[in-house]
Design a protein around this ligand. Structure first.
Ligand code: GLV
Length: 310
């Protein structure tokens, strides 16, 4: 029995060291140094090339190194074995911090002061927006979205949520479903936080029609997946609506190609898929726990639903 590990992140060595320490009794084989392919029963991977992953004929479970599993789910060339995702409180706190930072930037217009400094301009502001002036909507109320909504609500923002699939009656804020629901949800929002996962049903969900339903000076924050936004529609929309703003952390193609129109679109703030990087220690801790629960009780924690695709 052994475990294969693959990721191409810059902190790969830290992962290998941490995994070897935690899984001290198990054999970790780090791709491409595979000694015995057939003895591998578990994979701990992020974006492993499928042609390599499918060579392990005795795999029982795949552990994704992140919250997202779109690198694994429903791929024709991969076996349909259980996939386990990370649900980490540290990751959702990171995501919350990122979102809050951009809400505050929008609210306090912090970037304007950078411009003012360049021009040695002392310009006081009196048009401050307070938390309860802002309608913030969360698109996608899963593990991350539900948490972000809860904390923002505690901080006095006016919160509402939209869920395509979840039951929405468990929240202490307004929630919406369906296409009528989406219209009512979007039309009052100052800030839309998109946390939709990448599934067949969410492709280009935020397109010209949906963008048109948002306020003209809305801030759209995308920390879900790039595939959920029609990127061409967004560029067109922002050219027409000069007060619309977007903060984008995820893209259809990553790294974002140099020629991509987003780079030159005014009012788009770009970060390189960094809103919620997996925390090595807490993730290893969780994978280890899930692994042991499976070994001892044959129960699979945080198992991904192949139908829902997350
Ligand atoms: C990051 O995008 C993740 O899915 O964890």
């Amino acid at each position: 029995m052994s475990i294969v590990f693959y990721c191409n992140w810059p902190n790969k060595k830290e992962w290998i060291k941490g995994l070897r320490k935690k899984f001290a009794k198990e054999k970790i084989q780090v791709w491409p140094n595979i000694k015995n392919r057939d003895e591998i029963n578990y994979a701990i991977v992020w974006k492993m090339p499928h042609k390599e992953l499918k060579k392990f004929k005795n795999l029982k479970i795949i552990f994704s190194l992140g919250a997202g599993v779109d690198h694994l789910i429903n791929k024709k060339d991969l076996p349909k074995i259980p996939i386990v995702r990370i649900k980490d409180p540290v990751m959702r706190e990171r995501m919350y911090n990122y979102v809050l930072c951009h809400i505050l930037n929008y609210q306090l217009k912090i970037f304007d002061y950078l411009e003012n400094k360049k021009n040695k301009r002392w310009k006081e502001r009196f048009d401050i927006l307070d938390n309860n002036d802002l309608n913030v909507g969360i698109l996608g109320l899963g593990y991350l979205g539900g948490y972000i909504a809860k904390l923002l609500k505690k901080n006095n923002y006016k919160i509402s949520g939209f869920s395509r699939t979840n039951k929405t009656n468990k929240y202490n804020f307004s929630t919406y479903r369906g296409s009528n629901g989406l219209n009512n949800f979007l039309k009052k929002l100052d800030i839309v936080i998109n946390l939709l996962p990448n599934t067949t049903a969410t492709q280009n969900f935020v397109d010209a029609k949906v963008l048109k339903k948002m306020k003209k000076n809305c801030l759209l924050i995308n920390v879900g997946r790039g595939s959920t936004i029609n990127e061409k529609d967004l560029i067109k929309h922002m050219k027409k609506n000069k007060n619309f703003e977007a903060v984008l952390d995820v893209f259809k193609v990553e790294p974002l190609p140099k020629k991509h129109g987003f780079w030159n679109t005014k009012n788009i703030f770009i970060t390189p898929h960094s809103s919620s990087i997996t925390n090595v220690d807490s993730a290893i801790q969780q994978i280890y726990l899930n692994y042991n629960v499976y070994k001892k009780q044959k129960k699979i924690r945080n198992r991904v639903n192949y139908l829902q695709q997350y």
